[in-house]
Design a protein around this ligand. Sequence first.
Ligand code: FAD
Length: 460
Amino acid sequence: MSTQPSKTIDQLKSLIKGSVLVPDDRTYDEARQIWNAMIDRRPAVIVQAAAADDAAPAISFAREKGLELSIRGAGHNIAGNSLCDNGVMIDFSKMKNVRVDAGKKRAYVEPGATLADLDLATQAHGLATPVGINSTTGIAGLTLGGGFGWLTRKYGMTIDNLIAVDMTMADGRRVRASENENADLFWAIRGGGGNFGVVTQFEFRLFPVGPEIVAGLIVFPFNQARQVLTKYRQFLNSAPEELNVWVVLRKAPPLPFLPENIHGKEVVVLPIFYSGAVAEAEKLIAPLRSFGDAVGEHIGPQPYVEWQKAFDPLLTPGARNYWKSHNFTDLADGALDSVIEYAGKLPSPQCEIFIGLIAGAANRVAPGAMAYGHRDAKFVLNVHGRWDEAKDDQKCIGWSRDFFKASAPYASAGAYVNFMTDEEGDRVAAAYGSNYDRLVQAKKRFDPDNVFHFNQNIKP
Ligand SMILES: Cc1cc2nc3c(=O)[nH]c(=O)nc-3n(C[C@H](O)[C@H](O)[C@H](O)COP(=O)(O)OP(=O)(O)OC[C@H]3O[C@@H](n4cnc5c(N)ncnc54)[C@H](O)[C@@H]3O)c2cc1C
């Protein structure tokens, strides 16, 4: 930032209700930390927004100076797209307020809120909307890419329950977008990520959930992986949508309900979530135990907000992460073969392969209804490379890529943009499939200069 006269920063400061940080500031280094420790970039200016009004001057400052612009919600993007080098980062992480109108079953959410902030506020009224499975993830990035989690089978993707957004556009205009206002823009932002403008408020539809749900884990030994996965596939044909069961293959963490001799060994974990009547849960879950000889189980009624945090300890910030992901309409034998093969050669204790089940309400939305169009996807498979030391980069990235390649023949078209890395820019058109052309038209109309390009970019 040495080329910028300090008075320009001072002028920016005078327009911003929040804080403006430059590299000399005491809190600068803390403010540029994001979830994936592989991404280490140094913005010239960090605008820590305190109000929606802070977006326009920050955008205009970046544009006038020809600086890169990035937008940060909770900084969980795997590609690190919230953090730019030598540019302006608009950081919403201090704007976390969630207001709930319980009568209307609506939540009004600021762009820095995490899933935990939303869940806590909505569950105070026994309400929730589908979001992800790790409570520290940001609502903003998650929603703009699609968003799925335990409630998706029953209530759809996060964007399926987005009612409206308030936005600041590339030219500083403030607009509202919904099905009735700026409908083309609303179509584009529901899956199109941060390509079209800066969202300063999200409005969501809420549903009665919990506050107590039944959830937990059943853990099987890895040598039973094939039978567990095959029975899992079959079981899903008759499972109600209130019941969601995912699969995680990884080395067992030292969980207290697992025998010590299993710790560090490959296992197949079934995370289970049931949002229907607590009394009904046991009979629905019981068949899952017959998938094999479980080495441990920890399952029971618990507050929905607690289950939403259950995986946080395994997904803390600060590790190195590299993800690759496919959608699947079914789990073909070949797909299961590749899962088992690569789960058998995990390159670090934290690497995992997970199969997220999203079959249900999300499949009943038309593919062209909004930018996110993978309405045939019943499973999202993510290979989650995760490790601590840079010396293991090659080994862990190589494993992730090899597994991605081996499982590709069984995948359906498209990809979930929220799980794409920074090197997958050439996959963006394919990721959106038949909706891509309409997204390009929307980009030409709403951001013709591609001001918002530090993302999985849709080029005008
Ligand atoms: C541990 C972990 C668990 C996850 N689990 C799930 C899951 O269960 N389900 C799921 O669907 N996804 C999941 N994800 C993926 C997640 O949806 C994406 O990483 C998402 O980008 C995170 O949003 P964020 O606000 O934290 O990200 P950030 O990195 O802050 O932002 C990501 C991008 O979103 C855009 N953006 C952010 N805020 C705004 C805004 N206000 N206006 C316009 N654009 C904006 C920008 O382009 C930005 O670069 C998970 C990610 C992690 C790291």
